[in-house]
Each structure stands twice: as structure tokens, then as C-alpha cells.
Design a protein around this ligand. Sequence first.
Ligand code: ASP
Length: 575
Amino acid sequence: MERTHRNAELNKNNVGEKVVLLGWVSKRRNLGSILFIDLRDRSGIIQVMVKEPDKVPDVRNEYVIQVKGTVSLREVANTKMKTGEIEVIADEINVINTAKLTPLIIADETDALEDTRLKYRYLDLRRPCMQRYFDIRDQIKITVHKYLHEHQFIEIETPMLCASSPEGAKEYLVPSRLHHGSFYALPQSPQMFKQLLMVGGFERYYQIARCFRDEDLRADRQPDFTQIDIETSFLDQNQFLTLMEGLIKEIFKNTVGYDVPLPLRQMTYKEAMERFGSDKPDTRFAIELHDLKEVFTNTAFEAYKTSEAIKGLCVPGVAKETSRKVIDNLTLEAKKFGLGGLAVLKYENNELAGSFNKFLSDDERNDLIKSLDAKEGDIIIIAAGNYNRVTPLLGAIRLQYGKSLGLIKPNTYDLLWVIDFPMFERDVESGEIVATHHPFTRPRDEDLKYLDEDPTKALSYAYDIVINGYEAGGGTLRIYDQDVQRKIFRVLGLSDEEITKKFGYFVEALQYGTPPHAGMAYGLDRLAMILGGTDNIRDVIAFPKNLAGVCPMSGAPTEVTQKQLDDLGIKVEIE
Ligand code: ASP
């Protein structure tokens, strides 16, 4: 089709030129004697002026049109538009296709419900802000390909139809037509394959890999998502992290023009939990958790006498607005974390007040104020009980206040590594031992001794990259010794038989000259979300699922025909 330029390529220098443009009608204003059309194409919007509206066909919003005309200087420039200094005076307008009235407004500002946006995603994607998200996403991928190839990586695809392998989350299963009763699993990540590529001698692998986890969805999670998946041989932890920092620096430079200062700081998991109550701490604001065990050594409050952990934090300047309702909401939050409640004290008129105050001695009051550095008008929040409940609760409260009080400066970036994760953790509900990262993670050499006596004491060579409080990626050094690998499986409660059944090929491979190897995966969607400046992961995925795991556009998941089920040898009984 005839087209001389894309809209945003035109500027003052083109004034006087004859041009032919293609695009969608973004807006029109008919002033009777003249008609203005905002023409949108992939590059941007340009104003078209039609001097004799009667002589051109009628156009409506979202019609696809061709405009032939002459570039002219505008009398009054629109500084908000990239092409705001010029307009195109139309000689001819051709309608290429018409459009129905769209169910949502195609503009950055939209009041459409998210399900409407997802149902008509192809229209939603026309909005300039959405196009910008995908430009950022694309730029991340271009940078990944370039940087990793410059550093001797090779891109290799791994299978989508895999053997089931319990890595943590639930898997999506695909029934086999040829082997009734058997299932493929969609990969949670290419973890074992990429390790086997190291055994296969490639030394540096990457893949922009689709991954699938059947988990409950949240604003920053999707059932199918994309990872920048990486594995290397022969690097120690710091060599590997340096290589990965170089990549993240390039990504920030090429997407948002931010120069990430390197090296990134490293914080141990323990410190992150102690100070921020999270293994993905947002360290852009100052509220921190403090240990209050000592303050309550001689407490008269029964429940505190036996508490494993007593921790608190001080929220600046909110005493006045801390109503009964606010306190009730905080208590509800504590219940969500499996605690009976929490204590809230206001520091006003130089003294503490609140229902918990009566349990405190004068010394405890003074110590509390001192330990938390509380000032007039602040509140103190204290939680006590199981360490693994108390710390994340206070971490979540800290984050809520950080956001609601506007303590986080917009457009600031905070990047750090969290390292030295525990190798295992106990599932809070079942008490079972589970791998914190995954079972291929190498325990620290000095902690191997704990595997027999108390495995939960062992730390691992694991690292997460945390950006603005999001886990943007994570990885580990891997076990390359089959005996250690077997031992880890046993700690996780697998019998020899189960190990052979589930991981036999993998354990076998470790016997044929496995190099020491290390890797990680960046969450591409999360990175795009952070760099795009949205907190909704669905904004950076072209056709996402909603929070119920449904695609409102295609209707997935859908029922299938009896014939399809018969072919697969499947009988469905719905409970
Ligand atoms: N496979 C891991 C994950 O998906 C990342 C890694 O250890 O490389 O989280």
C-alpha cells in the first residue's frame, strides 16, 4: 500500500512535502467548515486538517484510512505531542476499512474494566501506553540476545512436553494420546534440561523460555510466563553475579536510560528478614523491623513470655489517623498470617497509649521508645509468636505504610542481591521439609554437615535479584556431585525408588563428568512490568489470563468434545 512515512517520522523539516500516511482514526473534531483528525499509527499520532469536510468520506473513530496531503506548520504548536509542531493538510482521504463503535476508549486514559480490556485485548493493545510496554519488553529481549551472545552464550530451546518433575509449584499436565493414562507436564522452568546442557558441554546457555506453574494468581503472577533462563559452567558465585549484573545494567540503560551503579549490594537472607521482614525487601524507605525480645525479658504479659520472636516497627507521624478501624484492620492482617493479633501503641503527648499499654512497665515503655527511636506522633506496632509468621507480617505492614504514606519516591530504582538462603524450609502448614529454591541447589560447603543432623540449618549458594521489592530473578550454584544430590532428595523425603523414578536420568548424568555450574532465571514479565512502571503483570503480556486463570477473550480453559476425550482415553467426572 502506498505510504511515504510513518506519522512520528515527520517534523518541521518536512514542511511543504507531499506525504501519504496510513493509520487509524484516533479522534475527530468536526468544526463545520474544517475537520481535524488525529491519525494514529504504530509510531504515534499526527493531526490531519481537512479544509473541505464535505469532499471527503465520512470517517469515524478507529476507521483505517489513508491520508494524502501536505505537511504544514501549525499556528499553535501542541507541546504534548511529538508531532505537535506540524499537521498534514489533507487533499484526499480513502477509507480502507470501517470499524464498529469500540467497547473501550482507545487512549492511555481508559475507565474500562480489566475484563473488558482483556476481552477486547486487540483494541486495548492499540492504546499508546500498551504499545510502550511492549517496546520495553522487546528492548529487554534485544539486549539479552546481544549481551549474552557477546559473552559466549548460545541460545538453545528445550522441550515444552516434559516428564513430570515436582519442583515446587503444581504442574499443568497434558494427556498422551498414544499412551493412555500417561501425561506430559509443561515445564515449570527448563531447570534440569539446562543443567544437562552443561553436562552436554555447552558451558554457557540461555533461552527466553516459556514456563508454566499452576499457582494461585496475584497481580504479579501468571500461569504461563516467560523467563530469561541462563546456565553457565566453571564460574564461582561472584563471577557469575558479576556477569549477570552486566546484563541488568545494559537492560536498564537500553529501556529507561538509568545507569545502575555496580556492583550491586548483597544482603543475606537473614538480614533481609530481620530488618525488612521479606526476602525481597524494598529498601527505598526507612521503616525497619526491630528485635524486641530483650525489651520484654521480664514481661508481665503471659503470651510474650514464651514467644519465639517479638518484633516491632515504628510508623512515623500516623498516631492521629490511627483509629479503632485502622487497628482492627491491622489485627485482621495479623490473623491472615496465623497470629492471634498484634499490639498498637500511639506515642502522643510524650507518652504511650493503647490497650496494650497497661501490660507495660515504665522501663519497658522507655526501652520501646528508645529501641524503635519513636518520636511524638508516631505509632509502634508489635507482633509476637512464631518467627516465620511475625517477620513476614511486619514486612507486609511496613510495605503497606511505605506505599500509603508515599515514602517511596516515584521513578527510583533499588537493586540488590539477596544471598545465603536457607537450603530448606518447613512448610508452615504441613511442617514438611521443602527446598527453598529447588532440590538442585548446592548447600554451602561448610553446611554439608547439617544435612544429617538438622537440614534446616544449612544455607545454600542461592541468590535472588530484588528490584523495588520484586523478586526479579533468582538462581543458585548447582550440585554437581551425585552423592550430595541423592542426599538432598532423601532429606526431601524421597525414597531411593522415587529418586530413580523421578530423577534417575538426571542423577545418572551427574556421573559422567559434570562441570561445576551455576545459573539463574530473570522473570521477563516482571522486568518489563518494573521498567514499564506498572504494577500489573497483565499489562506487559499480550494475551494474559485474569485473576481467575481465564482468558476473557478466547474463553480458555474450555470444555472439549467427547471425541477428543475418547481419543485421549479420558473420562471426566466433575465433582
Ligand atoms: N529454575 C529456577 C527458577 O525458575 C531458576 C534457576 O535456578 O535457574 O526459579
